[in-house]
Design a protein. Structure first.
Length: 107
């Protein structure tokens, strides 16, 4: 597996540690998350999304592979928690802007 870019690594580490503010701080002020049919714009909305989904599903993310190409990093990860079908293998597509995440799409 390739080494994760710092903001991506910070996001996953903070999410798994239940540090919702730190997870959101990995994003730019205008960052966007697209997940499960919803869109979350800006750090405050992203922090709410991380807290709500992590609390609801008690999920943990384990990165299984990663590939970076310039500003885009694609991560495959096993996500386990209190939901049907756990664990699921999900694709996280990060678009980076310098040292922050500008966009995250989860499928």
């Amino acid at each position: 597996m390739n080494v994760l870019p710092l903001p991506v690594d910070r996001f996953f580490a903070a999410k798994n540690a239940r540090d919702f503010g730190a997870a959101a701080s990995a994003f730019s002020a205008t960052g966007v998350v697209v997940d499960d049919g919803g869109q979350h714009d800006g750090r405050a909305a992203i922090e709410e999304w991380v807290e709500e989904t992590t609390t609801r599903y008690d999920d943990r993310v384990e990165v299984t592979s990663a590939k970076s190409d310039g500003k885009v990093t694609e991560v495959m990860a096993d996500v386990s928690g209190s939901f049907s079908g756990s664990p699921l293998s999900l694709r996280f597509r990060f678009t980076l802007d310098d040292d922050q995440i500008d966009r995250l799409e989860i499928r």
